[in-house]
Write a protein that binds this ligand. Structure first.
Ligand SMILES: Nc1ncnc2c1ncn2[C@@H]1O[C@H](COP(=O)(O)OP(=O)(O)OP(=O)(O)O)[C@@H](O)[C@H]1O
Length: 337
C-alpha cells in the first residue's frame, strides 16, 4: 500500500523544547521523487552496459528512456527495480532503495521488464487472482477494474496461451494495476505489437498518466516517445547523452525550415554558399536547414535567381527522430547542453 503523507520525514519534534514543540508548526520535507538514480554503473566483463547514469523522474510525468538496441535501457530498469545490483551508484524509488529495503521499497511501484510472464494454461483472470493473492491487501478487489482498464474484461476467462501478444502486454499492465501503483516502469511495452496494438497501448499509457500515475517508459520508438512523454533521457552505449524536457529538446535546434525544390542538388549548392544558412541536411522530404526568417526569404530569391523553383519552404521543428539519429549515430558534440 502507498505510504501515507504522515509517513514522510519530518523534523524530529524531540529536538525542540516542550514549549516550542507545542507551538511549532510541523515542518515537512518535500516528498521524494518517484525515481532518483545517481551514478548507476553495470558492467558485464569488459562491457559497460550502463555507464554512470543519473535519472530523476518527477511525480506526474511520463518519462521516456530512449535509446537504440543494446543502449542499456533494460539493464537500467532492472537496477531501478532492484532486480540486479549496480556495480556503482544508487537507485531510489520514492526515496527508498529496493536493494536495501526489499519489497517495502516497491510500495506503489509496478511494471515489467522485457515481457510480462503468465501461466499460459490459466485464464487471464486466474493469473491475476494468483498475483493478487501474492500482493495481498486489497489487490483481489482491483481485478475487475484492472481487466476493465486494459480492455480485457470480455476475454478474462480465456486461457492466456490463446491471447495475442498485445493482449498479453495489456494483461501485464493489468497485473501492474493490482498494486495500485503511483509509479509504473514499462520496458518497451509496444515492441512486437501491430499498429492497432501499439495505438491501444499508447492510449492506455496516456489514460494511466491522466489518472496521475507517473510512468517511466523505455523505448526505441521515437514517435511513441514524442507522443507520450514530457521528459526524455536519450541513452547511447550506456550513457545518458541528453536529459531534459522534450519540448526544449525539439526547440534546441533553433528555427528550422524544410525546403522542396525542382532541383535539390542545385538547391543544396545554393544553400551551402549562404553564410547564414546552417545545419543543412538532406531528408526524405527534401532539404532542412536552420536560418532566421529574413535569410529564408533571401534564400528563396537566390534559388529563383539560380533557376531552382521552390515548391515548398516551410518552418519545421526538428522531429525527435531526426535528433535521435543525430545524437545516437552522429557526433556527440551535436547534443545540446
Ligand atoms: N546478463 C548479461 N550478460 C552479459 N551482457 C549483458 C547482460 N545483459 C545485458 N547485457 C549487454 O548489455 C548491453 C545493454 O543491454 P540492454 O538489454 O540493457 O539494452 P537495451 O537498451 O535494453 O536493448 P534492447 O532495446 O535491444 O532491448 C548489451 O550489449 C547487452 O548485450
Amino acid at each position: 500500500m502507498a505510504p501515507s503523507l504522515d509517513q514522510r520525514p519530518r523534523i524530529a519534534s524531540e529536538e525542540l523544547t516542550p514549549e516550542a514543540r507545542s507551538s511549532a508548526p510541523t515542518a515537512t520535507v518535500a516528498a521524494p521523487h518517484p525515481i532518483e538514480a545517481r551514478g548507476l554503473v553495470k558492467r558485464y566483463g569488459h562491457l559497460t552496459a550502463v555507464d554512470h547514469v543519473d535519472i530523476t523522474v518527477e511525480a506526474g510525468t511520463v518519462y521516456g528512456y530512449l535509446g537504440p538496441n543494446g543502449a542499456g535501457k533494460t539493464t537500467s530498469l532492472r537496477m531501478l527495480l532492484g532486480l540486479i545490483r549496480p556495480d556503482e551508484g544508487t537507485a531510489k524509488l520514492f526515496g527508498r532503495d529496493p536493494l536495501e529495503e526489499g519489497a517495502a521499497a516497491l510500495d506503489g511501484v509496478a511494471g515489467f521488464v522485457e515481457a510480462p510472464r503468465f501461466y499460459p494454461y490459466l485464464s487471464g483472470r486466474r493469473n491475476l487472482e494468483l498475483m493478487a493473492a501474492l500482493d495481498g491487501g486489497d489487490a483481489p478487489d482491483r481485478i475487475d477494474a484492472a481487466l476493465e482498464t486494459v480492455g480485457l474484461a470480455g476475454r478474462d476467462g480465456d486461457k492466456v496461451k490463446g491471447y495475442s501478444h498485445g493482449m498479453k502486454q495489456r494483461l501485464g499492465i493489468g497485473a501492474a494495476l493490482l498494486r495500485d501503483p503511483r509509479l509504473l516502469l514499462l520496458d518497451e511495452p509496444t515492441t512486437g505489437l501491430d499498429p492497432a496494438g501499439m495505438r491501444d497501448m499508447r492510449e492506455l499509457v496516456r489514460r494511466l498518466a491522466a489518472d496521475g500515475i507517473t510512468v517511466l517508459l523505455s523505448s526505441h520508438l521515437m514517435g511513441e516517445v514524442e507522443e507520450l512523454c514530457d521528459r526524455v533521457a536519450i541513452v547511447r552505449s550506456g550513457r545518458v547523452i541528453y536529459e531534459g524536457a522534450l519540448d526544449a529538446l525539439l526547440r534546441s535546434t533553433g528555427q528550422r525550415y524544410r525546403l522542396r525544390t525542382t532541383d535539390d542538388e542545385r538547391a543544396w549548392d545554393v544553400c551551402s554558399y549562404r553564410p547564414d544558412v546552417s545545419d543543412l541536411r538532406r531528408g526524405p522530404d527534401g532539404l532542412t536547414f536552420a536560418a532566421d526568417e529574413e535569410e529564408a526569404a533571401l534564400l528563396s530569391l537566390a534559388l529563383a535567381h539560380n533557376g531552382v523553383g521552390v515548391t515548398a519552404l516551410v518552418p519545421a521543428a526538428a522531429s525527435l527522430e531526426e535528433l535521435f539519429f543525430r545524437f545516437t549515430e552522429g557526433d556527440e558534440q551535436e547534443v545540446p547542453a
